[in-house]
Ligand binder design. Structure first.
Ligand code: ZN
Length: 309
C-alpha cells in the first residue's frame, strides 16, 4: 500500500497583505506561489512553503478583504501544526510574544512539545518541537535563523462527531496506522517525515463548524502521480462508497476532492508537476502566475487584486 502524508492545507484569511506579512516575516515561510483562486480569479491564492515548495510543507490561503470569521466546530480541521526542533520552542515562544500573536503555554502531547497559537485571522496553528530533526534542511527567512526554522508540516487535528469511518479511510486509502490515544485524540501516522500525522478528536455533541476567516477550507493528501491517485479514487468508491470529483488541473498538481464521512473536505493532489513548472525555483512566488485559461484576462485580474507590498 502507498503511504502518503499531507500535500497541502488551504485556509481562508482576511486581507492578503496582513496574511503575507505574518507567514513570511513572523513565521519565516517562503511565498512559493502567487496566483489566483482558479474558481474565483478576483481572489489571490497565496502558497507558503519551504524553500523548494515540497509537498508536506505547503499552507495556502484564499485571502478575502471582508470575510466573516469562521466558527470552529465538528467537521473541521481544528489545528494545523508545523515541525520545529524541540530546542527551538523557547525561541518561538519569545517570537510569538513579540509579534503579539495569541498563544498558549507549551504542553506535552504524545511525548512532543506543542506550542499552540493563532494567526491574525484566528486560524489555529501549532509548532511541535520534535527530537532529531535539527539537521534536516532548513532555510533562514524573515529573521528566523535556519536552526529554529519551520521544517514543514507536523500534521493536522480534525474534530469529528464520530471518527470510525474517517479512520477507515486514513488506514485503507492513505496508508496511515493508528499510533496511540491521549486525551481524547487518536493519532494516525505514516512513515513520511513531512505532514505524516493526523489526529482525530471525537465529540459527538460538538456543534458543526462554520467556514469563514481563520477556517481551514480543505486538506490535501499526496499521491505520487495520476495512477496512484486513480487507485485511491477506486478504493474510495469500492470500499467506502465515496465518489470524488473529476480530476481538476491545478497547474502545480492535479486534484480530486471528496467530503469525508466526518464532514471535512479532503483533496488528493499529485506530487507532479510541482511548483517550478511555470517559474524557476530561485524566483518562486515573485510574479503573479495565471493558468493559461486566465492569461487573456490578466490586465483585468491585476486591476482587481489588492496591492501586496
Ligand atoms: Zn487544495
Amino acid at each position: 500500500m502507498t503511504s502518503v502524508g499531507l500535500h497541502h492545507v488551504t485556509a481562508i484569511s482576511g486581507p492578503a497583505r496582513r496574511n503575507l506579512g505574518f507567514y513570511t516575516e513572523t513565521l519565516g515561510l517562503r511565498l512559493i506561489k502567487k496566483t489566483v483562486n482558479f474558481d474565483d480569479p478576483g481572489t489571490y491564492h497565496l502558497y507558503y512553503g519551504d524553500e523548494g515548495g515540497q509537498p508536506g510543507t505547503i499552507l495556502t490561503f484564499f485571502p478575502w478583504n471582508h470575510v466573516a470569521p469562521g466558527k470552529p466546530g465538528s467537521g473541521e480541521t481544528q489545528e494545523t501544526a508545523f515541525r520545529v526542533p524541540r530546542a527551538a520552542i523557547s525561541f518561538w515562544l519569545e517570537r510569538l510574544v513579540a509579534a503579539g500573536a495569541p498563544h498558549e503555554a507549551p504542553v506535552a502531547r504524545f511525548g512532543e512539545t506543542v506550542l499552540a497559537f493563532k494567526d491574525p485571522d484566528g486560524l489555529s496553528l501549532a509548532l511541535v518541537g520534535v527530537d532529531g530533526i535539527e539537521d534536516e534542511p532548513a532555510f533562514a527567512a524573515g529573521g528566523v535563523p535556519a536552526a529554529h526554522a519551520i521544517r514543514g508540516f507536523h500534521g493536522i487535528s480534525l474534530l469529528l462527531r464520530d471518527i470510525e469511518a474517517t479512520a477507515g479511510i486514513l488506514r485503507d486509502v492513505f496508508g496511515f496506522t493508528q499510533e496511540g490515544q491521549e486525551n481524547g485524540r487518536t493519532r494516525f501516522r505514516v512513515a513520511e517525515r513531512l505532514g505524516g500525522v493526523v489526529d482525530l478528536q471525537a465529540d459527538e455533541n460538538a456543534p458543526s463548524g462554520r467556514m469563514g476567516g481563520g477556517s481551514v477550507h480543505h486538506v490535501a493528501f499526496r499521491a505520487a502521480d495520476d495512477a496512484v491517485q486513480a487507485a485511491m479514487v477506486r478504493k474510495l468508491s469500492q470500499s467506502h462508497g465515496i465518489r470524488t470529483t473529476e480530476q481538476l488541473d491545478r497547474c502545480y498538481f492535479r486534484s480530486v476532492y471528496f467530503r469525508e464521512p466526518g464532514g471535512v473536505l479532503f483533496e488528493i493532489a499529485t506530487d507532479i508537476p510541482g511548483f517550478a513548472v511555470d517559474e524557476p525555483l530561485a524566483s518562486l512566488g515573485e510574479a503573479l502566475k495565471l493558468p493559461s485559461f486566465l492569461e487573456r484576462d490578466r490586465a483585468r485580474i491585476e486591476k482587481v487584486l489588492p496591492v501586496l507590498a
